[in-house]
Design a protein around this ligand. Structure first.
Ligand code: FES
Ligand code: CO
Length: 337
């Protein structure tokens, strides 16, 4: 098992709630196969493995609020206890070891969150995202997007204001206005928050230029948030951005996009827009080398404009995140005059 000591204690987004209906769903998280399923009591996450002969429980079905193994029909209740072995119907003959491995699992903001280390109640809660329950906002769940890239590289890309003018020229930025004004990043007790960063652009390709103020927050190692404000018309667009690390170099992006304007515009418009943005990012992020995010600040070069990503790398290093991170020290080339 190659799990990360920090990420196993964190809530990781596993799926959108609307994608888990009657049938169990298999998801790979941190190289481990998980089965998600829904009962009348809520959502559940088990290791996707039957203790009898190792079949994937996700191929089975949900019945009487239990999950039934597809191979020989062993039936596990929502706590992971085996409650029925069809080959020996007497309940008392069920061996005490006949249990599923159960992980913590909750549903919030229309997302199913999984935490491997269920025992640690001291751990951080699911990241807070107030816009989801705020009636002045409408929230869209952007299509999940699979990237062949390490999770921290993907998150850092979301936190990077400098690329908007280039990767998203004409969509979120303008290559004629690439400068990033000076700003700072501060620690707010449980997260990093940037100052408002002014980005001048024709943000939607309509020919209407506006200054949009971006505030980035690094909430958790794999969850961040962005608030974009246009003070000229008080339009606010917020995003909760969280990624699912399937494997070291395979990551799914989930994004909740909330707006306090254009409430009568079809959600599909915002979903499509987000898809175009992530498609543009994908090509770049998948090209980055090393694939893993270098946490040593001696590696790669940093500008003032990179303060959010510097804070991100520093925090991952402090926390001890190793998954998708390059922790090897890269020595700088030295020159003798
Ligand atoms: Fe699951 Fe036999 S492998 S019941
Ligand atoms: Co981007």
């Amino acid at each position: 098992m190659n799990q990360d000591p920090v990420l196993v204690k964190d809530w990781l987004a596993a799926a959108y709630a609307h994608d888990l209906k009657g049938n169990p769903l298999q998801v790979t998280i941190l190289n481990e196969r998980i089965v998600l399923f829904r009962t009348r009591g809520g959502v559940h996450a088990f290791k996707d493995l039957c203790i009898h002969r190792g079949a994937a429980l996700s191929l089975g079905k949900v019945e009487d609020d239990c999950i039934v193994c597809p191979y020989h029909g062993w039936k596990y209740d929502a706590e992971g206890e085996c409650v029925k072995i069809p080959q020996q119907p007497a309940r008392q003959s069920i061996p005490p070891k006949a249990k599923a491995v159960v992980y913590a699992c909750i549903e919030k903001y229309g997302v199913i969150w999984v935490k491997f280390d269920a025992a640690s109640s001291q751990d951080p809660p699911v990241p807070f995202y107030g816009e989801f329950d705020d009636p002045s906002f409408q929230t869209v769940h952007a299509e999940p997007y699979l990237l062949h890239a390490a999770a921290p590289r993907v998150v850092e890309n979301f936190l990077d204001a400098s690329h908007l003018a280039f990767v998203h020229d004409g969509l979120l930025g303008d290559s004629n206005y690439p400068e990033i004004p000076d700003y700072s990043v501060s620690w707010e007790g449980d997260r990093y928050v940037s100052d408002e960063i002014a980005i001048y652009a024709d943000a939607d390709g309509s020919g209407q230029y506006a200054t949009i103020y971006y505030t980035f927050e690094i909430l958790r190692p794999l969850t961040a948030r962005l608030k974009k404000v246009n003070y000229a018309n008080n339009q606010v667009l917020s995003m909760l951005f969280t990624v699912l690390p399937h494997e070291e170099r395979k990551t799914t992006v989930f994004a909740l996009v909330s707006r306090n304007y254009a409430l009568d515009q079809p959600d599909e418009y915002f979903r499509e827009f987000q898809k175009r943005v992530i498609e543009q990012d994908a090509a770049i992020v998948e090209s980055q080398r090393p694939e893993e995010l270098p946490l040593d600040l001696q590696a790669e070069l940093h500008l003032k404009a990179d303060r959010v990503s510097i804070a991100y790398r520093r925090w991952l290093k402090e926390l001890g995140v190793t998954y998708g991170s390059d922790v090897s020290v890269v020595s700088q080339p030295s020159f003798n005059p």
